[in-house]
Design a protein around this ligand. Structure first.
Ligand code: ATP
Ligand code: MG
Length: 395
């Protein structure tokens, strides 16, 4: 640990920073409070401070490792020596400087002959004491990983869609025949055997419902419009409270000024219904005494997603959270949570979250999960209406 701090201390670039670092070495305890630079140095998260000309002023040990360049070398370099100047990271830095805000960008690629990093989340912010300087936190972070996972869920969902088509053809049609035959038999068999024909009918209905549910995995383009997400949430809450979540308290924490979501209303209802249903089932299954589901909407600047196949990036500033105080996600389903047929429930199909991931993917949106006992949170990052559509009549 001591080593780590010492390394961190050494990895500070620039004279001013070094001067600041001399103090804790000389009298580490005298000041009575920890040295912030040493803490930054020891932080296992890569942190870089650039000056107004994008020269490296400070890197911590984690950043040295992340960039694969020593602090001594970095001291002689600027960012453009490491990544080509058309990299989106420069756009982010410019945005930070001109807006004086914190900006985050996800799924960036930092690529040059000496560096190859993909799926990186970069957060940038200004430093009030250092005019023109930008502090960057580089991270192989969870939203980026969530995105990766989401892309693989999408391919899993795609294989389900192929299967759904086969099932519809090969199962649904004969199933109608089986159901009809059972119904005919029902009229003629003895009372004692009627139970069996009812069983056949019910099971045929159950399989049909399952196949119908998989139908939504079809590859149809989404028709999108302006959706008032608060109305959607209201609708979902009412449905839940009049049915499966009648015994659960709902807490609503909305930002009333939130602009409309660019999406498909019915699909968004389906997504939120699945999340709220899971939350209610977790609370009920976990025998939580005062079950609570919290619905939150907020505007979050800076969440962006690359659009595959195009160079552009989509802003996802509209945040919707479904949180519950249930027992948390079971460890054995955590890794494959969004994949089809992953369930911990005796009667679950495991299609709920697969559908959420598929629909979010179709919306160019992102779903993240943050689960621990007593606080499980699903976060949807959704797009606003694009500028080129805003001018049109959306009724
Ligand atoms: N809020 C939550 N709290 C705890 N576990 C959850 C939560 N949401 C999902 N899970 C876990 O994820 C699994 C998969 O959820 P998913 O909605 O895909 O399927 P399901 O609920 O089991 O079945 P279905 O939705 O098809 O009825 C669940 O079985 C459960 O173990
Ligand atoms: Mg479910």
């Amino acid at each position: 640990m001591k080593n780590m701090v010492a390394r961190g201390v050494l990895s500070v670039v620039g004279r001013a920073s070094q001067a600041r670092l001399a103090a804790p070495e000389a009298a580490p305890k005298a000041a009575g409070r920890p040295d912030p630079t040493a803490i930054l140095g020891a932080l296992p998260l890569p942190i870089v401070l650039l000056d107004a000309a994008n020269r490296f002023r400070f890197v911590n040990h984690a950043a040295e490792q992340f960039l694969g360049v020593s602090a001594a070398q970095l001291r002689q370099m600027c960012l453009a020596d490491l990544v080509p100047s058309d990299n989106p990271i420069f756009l982010l830095i410019a945005q930070v400087r001109c807006g004086d805000v914190t900006v985050a960008d996800h799924d960036l690629t930092l690529e040059s002959p000496r560096l190859r990093k993909t799926g990186i989340t970069v957060q940038g912010t200004t430093v009030p004491e250092e005019p023109g300087a930008v502090l960057l936190v580089l991270q192989d972070a969870s939203p980026a990983r969530a995105l990766d996972r989401q892309l693989s869920f999408r391919s899993a969902a795609r294989s389900v869609s192929g299967m759904a088509a086969v099932l519809a053809h090969e199962v649904k049609n004969p199933l109608s025949g089986i159901r009809g035959a059972a119904q005919l038999l029902e009229a003629s068999v003895a009372e004692a055997d009627r139970e069996l024909t009812v069983l056949i009918r019910d099971e045929a209905d159950r399989i049909r419902a399952l196949v119908d549910r998989m139908d939504v995995f079809g590859e149809k383009p989404v028709e999108r419009g302006a959706v008032n997400i608060h109305r959607v949430l209201e609708h979902v809450r009412k449905l839940a409270q009049s049915g499966f979540a009648a015994h659960i308290r709902f807490i609503e924490n909305y930002d009333p000024s939130l602009p409309p979501v660019w999406g498909h209303r019915d699909q968004l209802i389906q997504v939120l219904l699945n999340l709220v249903k899971n939350a209610a089932e977790a609370i009920t299954g976990g025998h939580v005494e005062s079950g609570e589901i919290t619905l939150v909407t907020a505007y979050r600047h800076g969440m962006r997603l690359a659009i595959p196949g195009s160079g552009s990036r989509l802003d996802l500033p509209l945040l919707v959270i479904v949180r519950d105080n249930g027992p948390g996600i079971p460890d054995d389903v955590k890794r494959n949570l969004f994949e089809p047929f992953v369930t911990s429930k005796p009667t679950g199909t495991g299609l709920g979250l697969a559908l959420v991931a598929k629909t979010m993917g179709d919306h160019g949106a992102l779903v993240e999960v943050d689960g621990r006992p007593g606080r499980t949170e699903f976060r949807l990052h959704l797009p606003m209406i694009p500028d080129d559509v805003l001018g049109m009549d959306l009724n």
